[in-house]
Design a protein around this ligand. Sequence first.
Ligand SMILES: *[C@@H]1O[C@H](CO)[C@@H](O)[C@H](O)[C@H]1NC(C)=O
Ligand SMILES: *[C@@H]1O[C@H](CO)[C@@H](O)[C@H](O)[C@H]1NC(C)=O
Length: 317
Amino acid sequence: MQLCSFLGVLFVWGYFCSHEAKLIGRKQNIVNDRPVIGILTQIVSDAAMKQYGSTYIPASYVKYIESAGSRVMPIKLTLTTPQYENIFSRINGLLLIGGASNLETSDFARVSKIFYQLALKANEAGDYFPVWGTCLGMQLLTVLVSGHNLLTRATAVNVALPLNLTQAAFSSRMFDGFPKELMKALQREPLTGHFHHYGLAAFKQNKDLMDFFSLVSTNVGENGVNFISTIEGKKFPFYGVQWHPEVNRFQWDHTLSFPHSPHAVQLSSLLAQFFVNEGRRSLHKFDDFKEEALKLIYSYTPVFAGNFSGYEQIYFF
Ligand SMILES: *[C@@H]1O[C@H](CO)[C@@H](O)[C@H](O)[C@H]1NC(C)=O
Ligand SMILES: *[C@@H]1O[C@H](CO)[C@@H](O)[C@H](O)[C@H]1NC(C)=O
């Protein structure tokens, strides 16, 4: 009994020390109980959505962030670099969502790169700033880190899959504190919804990606290609998933493979809480409550989209 708890203490100590030392700024404790996560608007590519606006954010991503105790600021793609710098100094993290924009030439890629570089610089200076990419957002992070579009065809379209976890998953920050049962379920049950034609297979062949990210999980696509499905920054609080944790709780189109089982919902909740907790380590803030109120998502109204898209509600900009 005593030996056990002694070993337990050693284990916990070793665990935290080895991890805290590697990641920049994680010494920065959870201090901010009023976080605001920025969500970069996405370019409308779907013809049926065009009549409502040129950029959008599906409400599922907003609810996902809000469900973990954060507010959301939508970030438009038409601003100047100084305006983005100003926004960066006010938000506590950034979510890059899925979509179909070009990873190198689109405004989505251009603005992501501005924030990516600001986040690198800030984290290096001890100013903790987490970035999360989902689906296209994760693919974009690999382009920003490697300087190349390394995607290949790796189809996993409208399918729910378990994850092939790597050894690194069991010491990852993303899954830290996950119940054992959920870690098991993650590897056996189809808890992750995939909606992509492309994926990144050549991760281990790229030194920049290998140096930057730990590989947390992989999957095999319908065409037999083994692609990366979950990554986390070794030194930076940057995270990527090729799949869609937000759909598990906030999207319901019965023709799409959205996992809604208790484990799927738990996975989605815990990852949202994880990312928002990362944002709580950031001290960026608005000048005052009045300025903050003007910038948050609350002054926009989502449109009912269940009859022309796979989403229930979408914010258009
Ligand atoms: C996990 O990896 C194995 C071996 O490569 C593969 O056969 C299997 O399809 C993968 N599972 C998933 C869910 O992608
Ligand atoms: C979808 O439903 C809304 C609300 O009922 C309606 O106003 C809109 O015209 C419909 N759109 C399409 C494309 O059917």
